[in-house]
Write a protein that binds this ligand. Structure first.
Ligand code: AOF
Length: 151
């Protein structure tokens, strides 16, 4: 059966980037993978100061809002790099938290879908026709964890 996730409080909520699992990337602590993902939008831009503002946001919702401010331009290559950014965020999260790594590994080879009604890129969208890149990255990270375990 397909594993659907979205809100942190719902089943498989630990797969959401809003889940309370901090990550450390290049020695920098991020409260959630969402904080890290949203901050990368502004690396190398005139608004690079926004990275630290986002890192210090009290909640992932606030971090997402700061990252989605239409008044502030993201890095011009964001659409080209955002999937790699997301992969690094998710891979780091599950490498640093054994308990949720077990949850991910225990999904076997089931399909994983971000059941977002309004995100057709990271999720499958309300009509379930979206690209589900976050679900695909979770399945890629699951496979990488499994290979690491068997090596
Ligand atoms: N989980 C979740 C969301 N989805 C998350 O938002 C991020 C995409 O943001 P953007 O690239 O700015 O559209 C990505 O991490 C995706 O999983 N959005 C929400 O407003 N609430 C939520 O609970």
């Amino acid at each position: 059966m397909t594993i659907r996730f979205y809100k942190v409080e719902d089943p498989y909520g630990c797969f959401s980037n809003f889940s309370p699992h901090p990550i450390v990337v290049e020695g920098v602590h991020w409260p959630t993978s969402e904080h890290y993902y949203q901050a990368q939008k502004f690396v190398g831009t005139p608004h690079a100061d926004r990275c630290e503002i986002i890192r210090q946001a009290a909640t992932p919702e606030e971090a997402a809002a700061l990252g989605r401010d239409p008044q502030v331009s993201v890095r011009p290559d964001w659409d080209e790099v955002k999937r790699d950014v997301m992969y690094r965020a998710v891979q780091t999260k599950f490498s640093e938290h054994a308990q949720i790594r077990s949850v991910l590994l225990d999904t076997g080879d089931e399909q994983i879908v971000e059941d977002s009604p309004r995100d057709w890129f990271w999720g499958w969208g309300a009509d379930h026709q979206g690209e589900n890149h976050l679900g695909k990255i979770l399945m890629e990270v699951r496979d990488a964890c499994r290979r690491h375990l068997s090596s």
